[in-house]
Design a binder for this molecule. Structure first.
Ligand SMILES: [Zn+2]
Length: 287
């Protein structure tokens, strides 16, 4: 059964480790992440962007697939199904479809509007026992070919949003989605410490977990980060393994064209990546 992310994140914050959010795109992705979490006895959060939700034929399809897998694969570790960077309408749709957690990303709105919309969604999630993530200070990344530097959140605005009763808070601290540019300035631990000072025990979320050096990840966890989002890294691992299979001509040997064979190396590569991240985040054995 899917669970809210609240308990697993509070435990992580207290235990000084982080739970990984791994974004899913299809059946192979979902199965690889769930099996790895079970094998490593780790809590896990499955992230679904609005685009991935559409790709997988809608949120109800996603909920059906994930619930089916939890049962058929005998998954007993805590699993949350979480909307990633949701719009207001997207969050409502996921709440209705049976997600156990949502993110409302109102970081592009003026702070008053972000507060207003977050507040409404917090009330809905509270009623149903779901967890909710909010965001302050946008997270950088590539948009129309321009790589934006990650913006740093205003700690007072973080407090205003945290006080609404959200479960977890994503604060921009110079992190970026996708691959990090060569000249990246690194995470702003000054901002992270200032945010932590204002929001107290609220579990903090680090987006753009791909390519942040390990020592920075560990330092971020020590400063209150309890959830780290990983997306691009699984995509790159899948791509590399699939490319190798085809370049070696394996798809042309015997029944190598069978999709269950063709997608297997990518599936194994995702499993390996998820395991490595769980090791780095310290969530192994914490289910
Ligand atoms: Zn993100």
């Amino acid at each position: 059964m899917l669970v809210s992310a609240k308990e697993m994140l509070n435990k992580a914050r207290e235990g000084k480790y982080a739970v990984g959010q791994f974004n899913i795109n299809n059946l192979e992705w979902t199965k690889a992440i769930l099996l790895t979490a079970q094998e490593q006895n780790s809590p896990v959060i499955l992230g679904v962007s609005e685009g991935a939700g559409k790709y997988m034929c809608g949120y109800k399809t996603v909920v059906g697939m994930v619930n089916g897998m939890l049962e058929e694969l005998g998954i007993t570790v805590p699993v949350a199904l979480h909307l990633d960077h949701g719009s207001y309408d997207g969050a409502k749709a996921c709440i209705e479809a049976g997600f156990s957690s949502v993110m409302f990303d109102g970081s592009h709105y003026p702070i008053e509007e972000n507060i207003e919309k977050t507040k409404e969604l917090v009330a809905e999630c509270e009623k149903l026992g779901l967890s909710i993530e909010a965001e302050v200070g946008s997270i950088g990344g590539e948009e129309d070919g321009v790589i934006g530097a990650g913006e740093c959140a205003d700690p007072d605005e973080c407090k205003a949003i945290a006080d609404l009763g959200v479960t977890m808070l994503a604060a921009g601290i110079g992190n970026i989605h996708g691959k990090y540019p060569e000249n990246w300035a690194g995470l702003s631990f000054e901002t992270l410490a200032a945010v932590k000072e204002k929001v107290g025990d609220m579990p903090l979320v680090l987006h753009g977990g791909t390519g942040i050096p390990e020592d920075m990840i560990k330092k971020a966890i020590s400063l209150g980060v309890a959830k780290i989002n990983v997306n691009t890294e699984c995509q790159l691992a899948f791509q590399e393994a699939t490319r190798k299979y085809i370049e070696e001509g394996k798809d042309q040997q015997g029944k190598g064209f069978d999709p269950r064979k063709l997608l297997a190396p990518g599936f194994e590569a995702i499993k390996e990546t998820v395991k490595e991240k769980m090791e780095l985040f310290g969530s192994i054995g914490k289910a």
